[in-house]
Design a binder for this molecule. Structure first.
Ligand code: MTE
Length: 360
């Protein structure tokens, strides 16, 4: 479906929500289009590029109304390699702590990396001219989410300072091909380093505002609430608005619950630190965190990308838990257990990654 591999883990067909298996995601710094995860809140719109228009309005000096050819012809083209990560990545481990009704059990595959081609949002905003009082940039799309309260089209916003970063793109290309419909064709926003929810697909309106978007997906969803909060009773704006992605890492090879012979094996995975932080180190433990050995970090595709890593481990017979943790360039590392970071919607699981193996 939507051009994805046959072994894709499909959480839902309508809306379409699917992630690659651990092993499909492993070992490639750029994720192929048939492997890249997809997260949708409504029916995927299949838009005619010839009829697509982008409006730029709000607190700007001159509102813009651009077709695809004008967007491509008027602004310099850029390609940025960037990881997208859903705030719900690795929710499955949080669900083992306590149920999270209505949310999909994403494994570690709600994250993928692509080379995105488009124009800098900053250049488009500069062409419109930022007016006094501007502080946020909101994106609107035509897909309608029936599960939103009330049902509404998808939208989100980012602070103006992030929107003016050269890395934030209005992209029509993905890995050298046209953006596929399921990833937002003809044009999507790509906000490197921030939760995937802010990278609005099928964007058709950009509004410069004094406040964040008041829509459901900014003001209500994608907020980190305290573990004891009553999510449904909380007023819009309560809790922490998720922006930069929390530090995380996981094992992709061997697969979880694999059966292996005792002896020496390769372990592979990814680590990711959002926004302007980088991954400084990844460590592996075979004894529940009493001792740690460093994994080898692989070359990065750029400052906005995950770091793949690998290590050679000697697996003893029995049930073995491989635990992994990353450190970021600020010196922060990850909490040990999912219970330490459990929250009512199951976002931002920054606890140790790992797999459990049967070694015999
Ligand atoms: N944009 C629109 N218009 N509709 C959506 O449902 N989902 C968001 C974001 N942009 C979404 C959207 C979320 S939550 C994520 S994680 C990413 O798109 C997923 O992008 P992908 O499907 O290309 O992987």
């Amino acid at each position: 479906m939507w051009g994805k591999r046959a072994d894709t883990v499909v959480h839902g067909v309508e809306p379409y929500n699917a992630e690659p298996s651990r092993t499909a995601l492993a070992g490639r710094s750029i994720t192929p289009l048939d492997t890249f995860y997809s997260r949708n809140h409504g029916t995927v719109p299949v838009l005619d590029p010839a009829g697509w228009r982008l409006k730029v309005d709000g607190l700007v000096d001159d509102a813009l109304d651009l077709g695809l050819d004008e967007l491509k012809g008027r602004f310099e083209h850029h390609t940025v390699a960037a990881t997208l990560q859903c705030a719900g990545n690795r929710r499955a481990a949080l669900l083992e702590v306590r149920d999270i009704p209505g949310e999909d059990p994403w494994g570690p595959g709600a994250t993928s990396t692509a080379r995105w081609t488009g124009v800098s949002l900053a250049d488009v905003l500069a062409a419109a001219g930022i007016a006094h009082g501007a502080a946020h940039v909101a994106f609107e799309a035509p897909d309608r989410a029936e599960a939103a309260s009330p049902p509404q089209t998808y939208g989100a916003s980012i602070p103006l300072a992030k929107a003016q970063g050269a890395e934030v793109l209005l992209a029509w290309g993905m890995n050298g091909a046209d953006l596929p419909p399921v990833h937002g064709a003809p044009v999507r926003v790509v906000v490197p380093g921030w939760i995937g929810a802010r990278s609005v697909k099928w964007v058709q309106r950009i509004s410069v505002l004094s406040e964040p978007s008041a829509g459901y997906f900014q003001a209500v969803a994608y907020r980190l609430m305290p573990a004891d909060a009553d999510y449904d009773a909380a007023p819009p704006g309560a809790g922490l608005t998720l922006g930069p992605v929390a530090l995380s890492c996981d094992v992709l090879v061997p697969d979880d619950h694999a059966r292996l012979a005792a002896g020496s094996h390769d372990v592979r995975g990814y680590a990711y630190a959002g926004d302007d932080r980088g991954v400084a180190r990844v460590e592996i433990s075979l004894d529940g965190g009493a001792g740690w050995a460093q994994a080898e970090l692989e070359a990065s595709e750029g400052p906005w990308c995950w770091r793949l890593w690998h290590a050679r481990v000697d697996l003893p017979p029995g049930e073995v838990r491989i635990s992994v943790r990353a450190w970021d360039t600020t010196g922060a590392t990850q909490p040990a257990t999912a219970s330490q970071v459990w929250n009512p919607k199951g976002y931002a699981n920054s606890s140790w990654g790992g797999v459990t193996l049967t070694v015999g």
